[in-house]
Design a protein around this ligand. Structure first.
Ligand SMILES: O=C(O)C1=C[C@@H](OP(=O)(O)O)[C@@H](O)[C@H](O)C1
Ligand SMILES: C=C(OP(=O)(O)O)C(=O)O
Length: 433
């Protein structure tokens, strides 16, 4: 499927984007191994979260829904998962394969997980290494890629893992394996990464301790089913934050957005660029801070993006690069080499796309330099990456000719109703005939 993004438009109204992907994945994983029932509202009915849901169904968990964002998980307890009949296919979802690796490490059966062409190129040694230290047998395809075969045990060795990269997926993998270890498992991170696993484990009644840059837990305890209210995903809201910022005469309210401090890099960066964003009705929902975010058009300026914001905005860089293309002057990003191992190489693919539209964008090993300018029309290739497709849809607001976005199917992995909401607020994006 291709998108045709037609130039111009203002962005107005009030919308709620779908549920947070990270929290949706974890609600299924933790609900499945808890005792009792877990109910979820606001579950993201996108392909990635559904891949997680289907994996647990394949391991014998009775899950009702999703229906209008509601899911009911009949937890089987920490020892209750059953060996799936075949391989677990997890599509495009890095979060599914890496977090599941940790949980599978603690089971008495072995599991093979594979994905689509994009996932099968992504690095898995980052989870294989700590799991092997815990006594798990992990087999990968050549180059440490999926398929990934995990042969676990329910008496893993507790370890301390000093994570070489700032990755919430690796941290979560080790902590989830730690649930099945004898003793204390801890992970330290080089910079703060999203902490949903820690917060949600605590919500399920499982103690997790945070000291400085280290999170730790003691294996062997049980989780209690709970109710989870999933806030709207700030990573999906980000497309509209940039859209309303760059399109003249715009004012948009994004409702009920999760503003966990480990996720708000996009707000901090846009504000530093001169964006007009206000946080309204701040409240706490199920252990996560939530707010409505009002965004108005603004003249953005190029900046040097502070490196401490990188892990806090990691999925938002493709659309932030579009903001940079609309800003006055140069924007410089460094310390973001992790962007090269996402669903696509997001530094290269965004640089290629921006250049195709006439913007000066120079990739570097760990970042990019972008000079603001007039966005032209042209053709973009998404390389199986949802965020590339949505970012260039946003770019059309300031383009002077249509942008043809090739291979936009994967938008359904994280944001199945993107086109509808984009159209509702005034963007001119449609599925190409
Ligand atoms: O833990 C998570 O839910 C996620 C962590 C991040 O990945 P890394 O841990 O690879 O940075 C992020 O890019 C991904 O979309 C979701
Ligand atoms: C990197 C992402 O997801 P995942 O790693 O789960 O594929 C993303 O959604 O931008």
């Amino acid at each position: 499927m291709d998108f045709m993004a037609n130039p111009g438009g203002a962005v107005n109204g009030s919308i709620r984007v779908p549920g947070d992907k990270s929290i949706s994945h974890r609600s299924i994983m933790l609900g499945a191994i808890a005792d009792g029932t877990t109910t979820v509202d606001g579950f993201l009915e996108g392909e990635d979260a559904l891949a997680t849901l289907n994996a647990f169904k394949a391991m014998g968990v009775n899950i009702e829904g999703p229906e209008n964002g509601r899911v009911k998980i009949h937890g089987v307890g920490r020892e209750g998962l059953k060996a799936p009949k075949g391989e677990l296919y997890v599509g495009n979802s890095g979060t599914t394969i890496r977090l599941l690796s940790g949980l599978m490490a603690g089971q008495k059966f072995s599991v093979t997980m594979s994905g689509d062409v994009s996932l099968n190129k992504r690095p898995m040694e980052r989870v294989a290494k700590p799991l092997r230290e815990m006594g798990v047998t992990v087999e990968t395809a050549e180059g440490g890629r999926p398929p990934l075969k995990i042969t676990g045990s329910n008496a893993l060795k507790a370890i301390h893992y000093d994570m070489p990269m700032a990755s919430a997926q690796v941290k979560s993998c080790v902590l989830l394996a730690g649930l099945y270890s004898t003793g204390e498992t801890s992970v330290s991170e080089p910079a703060p990464t999203r902490d949903h696993t820690e917060r949600m484990l605590r919500g399920f009644g499982y103690p997790v301790i945070r000291k400085g840059n280290t999170a730790s837990l003691v294996g062997g305890q049980r989780l209690q089913g709970m109710h989870i209210d999933v806030p709207a995903d700030i990573s999906s809201a980000a497309f509209f934050m940039v859209a309303a910022s760059i399109a003249p005469d715009s004012e948009l309210v994004l409702q009920h957005v999760g503003i966990n401090p480990t996720r708000i890099g996009v707000i901090n960066i846009l504000k530093a660029m001169g964006g007009d964003l206000t946080i309204e009705n701040k409240r706490e929902v199920g252990g996560e801070p939530v707010a409505d975010i009002r965004v108005r058009s603004a003249q953005l300026n190029g900046i040097e993006i502070p490196e401490d914001q990188v892990p806090l905005a990691i999925d938002e860089f493709p659309v932030l690069f579009v903001a940079a293309a609309c800003a006055e002057g140069k924007t410089i990003l460094r310390g973001a080499e992790e962007l090269r191992v996402k669903e696509s190489d997001r530094i290269q693919v965004m640089a290629d796309g921006l250049q195709a539209l006439g913007i000066r964008a120079e990739p570097t090993e760990d970042g990019i330099e972008i000079e603001g300018g007039q966005i032209g029309g042209g053709e973009i290739e998404c390389h199986h990456d949802h965020r590339i497709a949505m970012s260039f849809s946003v770019a059309s607001l300031r383009a002077n000719a249509p942008i043809h976005i090739r291979g936009a199917d994967n938008v359904a992995t994280s944001f199945p109703n993107f086109i509808e909401l984009a159209e509702q607020v005034g963007m001119r994006v449609e599925v190409a005939k």
